[in-house]
Design a protein around this ligand. Structure first.
Ligand code: FAD
Length: 463
């Protein structure tokens, strides 16, 4: 095998593998280093894809048990075969990771198997062999953040990786952290029969998302049976044969209480992963949170070394990593690669889903931006009623002067798909009126987006 490349990408997650494919499409000779036995990174192996497989399966289970009867479909004796459900999840993951392997072959990207280490600018060592590269791209992603006093064993105290592999439905699952991962995976196990309690340090869920939408989301999840302990912090976890006893204190200090669980999911966030990469030795700078520091073109302080994805600043999302991978490959090919960080959708794939793009009301207020709000509830949308999914609303925020769309926040059925319409509108600099005057098919959930856009001008038709 030749040992000299135009580009060596370290890490084959959505940032790294997409960057490798795009660079190869642009005529570069590319290798991608991956130490896992399969490609696709966190996202395909232990993140987005397996979690969505279990979310879908558990939603199907819950619908069959509790919602089908509303439609006149009477099913008796619904049983859970968790082993089969887990096996299906494995098949979904495997089809996706093999798909990336196929794409590497198709695009002539060389997979260097093993742990990559940068030994000098332009030099990467993998499995004892040294390779030369004109450009090195760090795409090593992230790992679950630890919490002092709570030791992970992936059996009783698990991260998102362990909770995706449980072989039995726990009686009581306690989730530490009310962010995206905790809420999605908490929902999976609640639907499959666990009692679920979420302990969150802040006074709200889904930090960073629009406050009003997050509050409504909390009400919906509470109605579904998830219990929340907000403004609380976990300070210790004691394990025994019977389970785990957590010590929980008010976030602002005060008397501690004990919470007992069969399984504890630690989901307080993720930390950038740069272990054993050799960054200190080659002098690549990290920021105060351990992320690789880059400029606007993804360049580190060391010439020829770049970084993208979860390992750099910004939202830890697969599509953000992918878009950075494409932009960087294009920059290296002399093109004008670019990511619009103002229009990156964020979604929580519970049911209903919560999705947002652009700025929240809190952010607009903080920067003194005058804005108008248009809201429309799914209760008044014909398709949502036909589906029996009427929880939630669409909220569109637009510039008070120009009517330009500044953000959208959707809680409702398929919100993650609906938000794409607003993202495209924002990319084109659309006004709320542009969205409102676009003909939307009837009866669709998207009509709620159109109605919210009409509501920005105070003239919704169906409410
Ligand atoms: C449970 C869960 C659910 C998620 N759901 C979603 C979702 O629905 N939507 C979404 O957008 N995001 C989701 N995410 C986040 C998403 O997975 C990440 O944002 C995304 O994977 C980041 O991509 P990346 O390429 O930067 O890094 P990663 O996907 O973390 O990939 C990095 C890869 O680098 C490899 N690596 C590290 N160091 C080395 C080395 N020295 N040598 C060789 N290989 C190395 C690792 O093995 C890994 O495979 C989820 C995450 C989790 C944990």
């Amino acid at each position: 095998m030749s040992d000299s490349f135009d580009v060596i990408v370290i890490g084959a997650g959505p940032g790294g593998y997409v960057c490798a494919i795009r660079a190869a499409q642009l005529g570069m000779k590319v290798a991608c280093v991956e130490k896992r036995s399969t490609l696709g990174g966190t996202c395909l192996n232990v993140g987005c894809i397996p979690s969505k497989a279990l979310l879908q399966s558990s939603e199907n289970f819950e619908e069959t048990k509790h919602k089908f009867a509303d439609h006149g479909i009477m099913v008796e004796g619904v049983k859970l075969d968790l082993q089969r459900m887990q096996a299906r999840k494995g098949e979904v993951v495997s089809a996706n990771t093999k798909g990336v392997e196929f794409l590497f072959k198709k695009n002539k990207v060389t997979w260097l198997k093993g742990e990559g280490r940068i030994t000098a600018p332009g030099k990467v060592e993998v499995a004892g062999q040294s390779y030369d590269a004109k450009n090195i791209i760090i795409a090593t992603g992230s790992d679950s953040a630890p919490l002092r006093g709570v030791e992970v064993d992936e059996k009783q105290v698990v991260t998102s990786t362990g909770v995706l592999e449980l072989e039995k439905v726990p009686d009581h699952l306690v989730v530490i952290g009310g962010g995206v991962i905790g809420l999605e995976l908490g929902s999976v196990w609640r639907r499959l029969g666990a009692e679920v309690t979420v302990i969150e340090y802040l006074d709200r869920l889904a930090p960073g998302m629009d406050g009003e939408t997050a509050k409504q989301f909390e009400r919906v999840l509470t109605k579904q049976g998830i219990k929340f302990k907000l403004k609380s912090k976990v300070t210790a976890a004691a394990k025994s044969a019977e389970g785990v006893t957590l010590t929980v204190e008010p976030a602002s200090g005060g008397a501690a209480e004990e919470v007992k669980a069969d399984v504890v999911l630690l989901a307080i966030g993720r930390r950038p992963y740069t272990d054993n990469l050799g960054l200190a030795e080659v002098g690549v700078e990290l920021d105060e949170r351990g992320r690789v520091k880059t400029d606007k073109h993804f360049a580190t302080n060391v010439p020829g070394i770049y970084a993208i994805g979860d390992v750099i600043a910004g939202a830890m999302l697969a599509h953000k990593a992918e878009d950075e991978g494409v932009a960087l490959a294009e920059i290296l090919a002399g093109q004008a690669g670019h990511v619009n960080y103002g229009v990156i959708p964020a979604i929580v794939y519970t049911w209903p889903e919560i999705a947002s793009v652009g700025e929240s009301e809190e952010e607009l207020k903080a920067r003194g931006q005058a804005y108008k709000v248009g809201k429309f509830p799914f209760m008044a949308n014909g398709r949502a009623r036909a589906m029996g999914d009427v929880d939630g609303f669409v909220k569109i925020l637009a510039d008070k002067e120009t009517d330009r769309v500044l953000g959208a926040h959707i809680l409702g059925p398929d919100a993650g798909t609906l938000i794409a319409e607003v993202a495209i509108a924002m990319e084109f600099g659309a006004s709320a009126e542009d969205v409102a005057r676009t003909c939307h098919a009837h009866p669709t959930l998207n009509e709620a987006v159109k109605e919210a856009a009409l509501a920005v001008d105070g003239r919704p038709l169906h409410i």
